[in-house]
Write a protein that binds this ligand. Structure first.
Ligand code: ATP
Ligand code: MG
Length: 255
C-alpha cells in the first residue's frame, strides 16, 4: 500500500511515519519510508545516526517519468535506500544543501514517478513523509497522485483541521480514493472533545487519536526512536491506525 502522511507543519507527520513504519515491520511487512522533507530527519526516528541521516543520497532527478533509463525498482532501492536499524528501508527524496539553489520541484516529480512504479515487487508498504502543507497536492501532476491512501495528521487546532479539509478537496481532485484522519498530541479529554467537534464541523474524519506522550517527545529530543515497550497508549493508537489502513487490501489488488 502507498501511504502519504500529510498535514500542517509540526503536527507529527515524521513521528507518525516512523511509528507506523515500525508497526508494519513488526507485522512482518517489507516497508519503504520516503522522506520528502527538504530538511530530512526521518532517519533519526528510524535509528540512523545523524551522520548516516546526513549522508543519505537523494533519489535522482532522472527518476522523472521517461528519463529513468533501464533502472529497475530493485536497482533503485539497492542504490538509494538504506536499511535502518528499525528494519525499515529509507529513501530521501529531496535535500536542500545550498542556499539559493532553486526550487525542489524535481525531487517532488521523482517521488511522483516512484509511486507510479510497481513497487510491490520490492516492498509491501511505502510510506511517504510529506513536507508540511498542501502544495505537494497542487504541484503539476500532484506528488501523491499515485497514493492509495492519505493519513491526514492533525493536532487539536482549527488551523490543522482546516488544512486537512483542504487536503481532502485536493485529494478528491487527484483521484486519491481514501483518507484516514489522525488526531495527534491530544492532551486530555477536553482536547479530544474539541478535536471531535472541530472535525465534525469541517467534515474531516477522526479515525485515530494519538495522545500527548512525554516519552515520545523526549526520544525525539534525543534524536532516537521510541522504544517498543515505552508509551503503550501511543503504540496502541498506531496499531489502530494500521488496522484502519487495512494494508492487506492492497496486496489483493496487486496479486
Ligand atoms: N504524540 C506526541 N506526544 C508528544 N510529542 C509529540 C507527539 N507527536 C509529535 N510530538 C513532537 O512534536 C514535534 C513535531 O513532530 P514531528 O516532527 O513529527 O512533526 P512534523 O509534522 O513532521 O513537522 P514538520 O512539519 O516540521 O515536518 C516533535 O518535537 C515531536 O517530538
Ligand atoms: Mg516532518
Amino acid at each position: 500500500m502507498k501511504i502519504g502522511i500529510v498535514g500542517k507543519g509540526g503536527v507529527g507527520k515524521t513521528t507518525t511515519s516512523s511509528l507506523l513504519a515500525r508497526a508494519l515491520v513488526a507485522r512482518g511487512r517489507r516497508v519503504l519510508a520516503v522522506d520528502t522533507d527538504s530538511n530530512p530527519n526521518l532517519g533519526l526516528s528510524l535509528g540512523l545516526s545523524p551522520d548516516a541521516t546526513e549522508s543519505l543520497q537523494p533519489i535522482p532527478r532522472s527518476m522523472v517519468v521517461g528519463r529513468r533509463g533501464d533502472m529497475t525498482v530493485a536497482e533503485l532501492m539497492n542504490d538509494f535506500a538504506v536499511l535502518t536499524p528499525e528494519g525499515v528501508s529509507l529513501m530521501s527524496a529531496l535535500r536542500v544543501n545550498e542556499a539559493g539553489a532553486g526550487c525542489t520541484c524535481g525531487g517532488h516529480a521523482s517521488v511522483r514517478s516512484l509511486l507510479g512504479e510497481a513497487l510491490h515487487s520490492e516492498t509491501d508498504d511505502t510510506i511517504i513523509d510529506m513536507e508540511a502543507g498542501i502544495e505537494h497536492l497542487s504541484r503539476a501532476g500532484g506528488t501523491l497522485a499515485h497514493a492509495d491512501v492519505l493519513v491526514l495528521m492533525m493536532e487539536p487546532s482549527r488551523k490543522a483541521i482546516i488544512t486537512a479539509q483542504r487536503t481532502i478537496g485536493l485529494a478528491k481532485e487527484l483521484g486519491i480514493a481514501r483518507w484516514v484522519g489522525v488526531g495527534n498530541r491530544v492532551e486530555d479529554d477536553d482536547a479530544r472533545q474539541a478535536l471531535e467537534e472541530m472535525c465534525a464541523e469541517h467534515d474531516v474524519p477522526l479515525d485515530v487519536v494519538i495522545p500527548t506522550d512525554s516519552t515520545l517527545a523526549a526520544a525525539d529530543r534525543r534524536g532516537i526512536p521510541l522504544e517498543m515497550v515505552a508509551a503503550p497508549d501511543v503504540w496502541a493508537a498506531i496499531e489502530t491506525l494500521v488496522d484502519r489502513l487495512d494494508v492487506g487490501a492492497a496486496d489483493l489488488t496487486h496479486s
